[in-house]
Design a binder for this molecule. Sequence first.
Ligand SMILES: C[S@@+](CC[C@H](N)C(=O)[O-])C[C@H]1O[C@@H](n2cnc3c(N)ncnc32)[C@H](O)[C@@H]1O
Length: 251
Amino acid sequence: MSENQSAEPKSLERIDPQAGAADDKVFAQTLAQHVERYEFAMRHVRDKLVLDVACGTGYGSQMLKRDGGARRVIGVDLSSEAIREARDTYAEDGVTFVQANLETDPLPESPVDCVVSFETIEHLEDPRRFLQTLHSVLRDDGVLIASVPTTQTSDFNRYHLHDFTPSQARDLIESCGFEVIETKIQPLFFTVFDLMRSSNAHQWESPMPENVWRLYMRSPAKLLYRAWMLCSRFGYDVSVGVFVARKKPVS
Ligand SMILES: C[S@@+](CC[C@H](N)C(=O)[O-])C[C@H]1O[C@@H](n2cnc3c(N)ncnc32)[C@H](O)[C@@H]1O
């Protein structure tokens, strides 16, 4: 986690279904992509004890319980502001929220049947250690459902410390003791004009890392990719990979 990661109260970085304007294309399509991921996860949670790690504002934790039929869902997030909002808005019988740092604090319950972790891995200093922690809290045969951006985002989003391709993300998950049994790619593109027209446009300015030029100097390929994308009809590509992975028993 970068130093300023916990500071941002509300942004498209942590989507809040209550906070955006419905006529804002960037907000509406980003929210739809987030909701669709939780709907995808619902198929795996019926009657299960579920950890929703990096739950953000908590709308997804409630979906897993209410619509997915999970037995109990515990949402965990670093941000006290997000956890306060989650408790105020989405807590109910069987849905609770705990503030914890996934990089340093123990997870609140173990073993669990299922871990949902959407848009988390790219935020953490050591994604491998994080996935190993998730492996250790899952019961044998438990299921991890994780998502990660599968395009370059680290130059446009100061909260993203890593970029992954779909195969790099899959290999990383499998190298931590999981077998990926299903992959879903969620394509999503915004043109530069979409971003500028968005009523959340100011949120697209501050998330850029201050050291973006240093990043480009270190990796000129990232600059070329960005320049090419912005000039192409794809603009800003925020496609995401969702991976369903079964825990392999420790041999
Ligand atoms: C993009 S949001 C995803 C929220 C939610 N899973 C969703 O899909 O809407 C990423 C979340 O990760 C949380 N986060 C980042 N680093 C963390 C850490 N070290 N421990 C716990 N949560 C963390 C942030 O506070 C943020 O709410």
